[in-house]
Design a protein around this ligand. Structure first.
Ligand code: GAP
Length: 465
């Protein structure tokens, strides 16, 4: 059962240290959020799962981690300086700013009803900066609005250094920046966010087949992260809504508390990008309409083994937002359970690989030397398994600790009590979802935890297959 409202999620995120408004102490920075102690773990776990599936578990994808600030020519030839714009209307009375393409009537302010508003004017969403100490047109650079352009700019470097042949992909995760006119719906639409993008290069003519393939792969992956297929609409984006580079795009729209909205786009970008960035454009049979490029020093083309002709590959691009992924998996994991007798609990039923804390080790009594020492020893042994964060929780109140770990989605709690150190060398294990408790020997704990996480992973992969 997902959250009933965005407010429930926002409140849990702040209370338990997942997500905070940026610069909270100065009144907050609009459209920017900071990930707290548990948020950073959740975010990293989601990104790790993406990287594992896109790079490690495949034999046709290489990784990249490029600079965040991009060359102005890169964003000129990509089309961003010219077309990455939203039309903006501003109210002269209440100073609200609105996207003209989202307004019913661009002559009336949606906030205060005034008709004293500006004409729609074009607003570029890229953050501009200067590189080096001198502020001039020559030193202009942009904070990347998508990670994709650096992938295209590195196409030849990757091909030359890895001897990859089409079809193959380049994956990149990292920050992107958009000066959105209106940031809204918590971390759904923000001005600084992260993307997980794959540019998969294919032979023209094979693009439609690969586009369908990636649609299916991405739906499976989201299912493995806990988002059931029936909560994701696949929108075949109408032609008049397509981005300037796309021949066809599928938007995956998850059912967020504010309604169905895009979590990932899977676009067929044709040869638009490599075609725009390549030199000697006339040597290739480009299908996309491109700008003449007089600045590039590289041919972004490959040799066709059969025809012995050089061609510019097409690209299929699955591009997902990390923050939108985090919001969706939190929403889906959010469960309120009636425990009878007027009691209830909130539990985040994350898939175990996403849980911010893998195991909490809790001594029955706070600051007790013997219990504390044993609990730390267990924590260190489990930490060495490399599963993620293992927490030593020295708060002493077991009931409260269980509730807290339910609320942050810790799959396993391990309690160290007086019997552990005095008689049976065993601990109590509590399962987050069933709340069942059982006693197991410390000697068996490592295998138990390892098996638990391995079994969960293979269950999820099988279910999504
Ligand atoms: N390279 C293609 C590209 O950037 P996009 O549809 O503009 O395409 C891809 O963005 C994904 O990035 C979206 O599906 C969304 O998950 C995420 N995203 C885009 N703008 C965002 C924003 N302002 N805040 C949070 N996530 C955003």
């Amino acid at each position: 059962m997902p959250a009933k409202s965005m407010d429930e999620l926002v409140s849990l995120c702040k209370r338990r240290g997942f997500i905070f408004q940026s610069a909270d102490i100065y009144g907050g920075l609009k459209g920017m959020y900071d990930f707290g102690p548990l948020g950073v773990e959740l975010k990293n776990n989601l990104k790790d799962a993406w990287w594992r599936s896109m790079v490690y578990e495949r034999d046709d994808v290489e990784g990249l981690d490029s600079s965040i600030i991009g060359h102005k020519l890169m964003f000129t030839y990509s089309g961003h300086t010219e077309t990455f714009n939203d039309p903006l209307v501003e109210c002269k009375d209440c100073h609200a700013r609105m996207r003209a393409d989202h307004m019913k009537d661009t002559s009336v302010c949606e906030q205060c009803g005034s008709t004293n508003v500006t004409e729609p004017r074009v607003f570029n969403l890229m953050f501009k900066t200067n590189i080096g100490p001198i502020e001039s047109e020559d030193s202009v650079g942009y904070l990347r609005p998508e990670t994709a352009q650096h992938i295209f700019a590195n196409f030849k470097n990757v091909v030359d250094s890895t001897a990859r042949k089409v079809p193959f992909g380049i994956a990149q995760m990292g920050k992107a920046f958009r000066n959105e006119i209106i940031a809204r719906n918590f971390i759904f639409r923000v001005r600084e966010f992260e993307q997980m993008e794959l540019e998969f290069f294919v032979k023209p003519g094979e693009d439609e087949k690969w586009h369908e393939y990636w649609l299916e792969e991405r739906l499976k992956w989201w299912e493995e992260q806990g988002l059931p297929r029936d909560k994701i609409n696949v929108l075949d984006v109408p032609d008049d809504d397509l981005a300037h580079y796309a021949k066809r795009t599928y938007d995956l729209e998850y059912k967020y508390p504010h309604g169905h909205d895009e979590i990932e786009g899977i676009a067929n970008r044709t040869d638009y990008d490599l075609g725009n960035h390549t030199k000697a454009q006339n040597e290739f049979d480009l299908t996309a309409e491109v700008h003449e490029n007089k600045d590039s020093n590289s041919k972004l083309a490959v040799l066709d083994d059969e025809s012995k002709k050089w061609y510019v590959p097409y690209v299929i691009e699955p591009s997902a937002g990390v923050e939108r992924g985090v919001l969706a998996v939190m929403n889906e994991a959010y469960t309120e359970e009636d425990l009878g007798d007027g009691k209830s609990r909130i539990v985040l039923k994350f898939k175990p690989h996403l849980a911010p804390i893998k195991v909490a080790v809790i001594p029955l009594k706070k600051n007790h030397d013997g219990l504390g020492a044993k609990a730390r020893e267990i924590k260190n042994t489990l930490q060495a398994l490399g599963l993620g964060r293992i927490l030593f929780e020295n708060t002493g109140n077991i009931g409260k600790a269980y509730r807290r770990h339910d609320e942050v989605g810790t799959p396993i709690c391990v309690t160290v009590d007086f019997d552990t150190i005095e008689s049976d060398n065993a601990v109590t294990i509590r399962d987050r979802d069933t709340m069942e408790q059982k006693r197991i020997k410390i000697d068996e704990l490592e295998d138990f935890v390892k098996d638990f996480y391995q079994a969960a992973q293979s269950r999820d992969s099988k279910a999504a297959a």
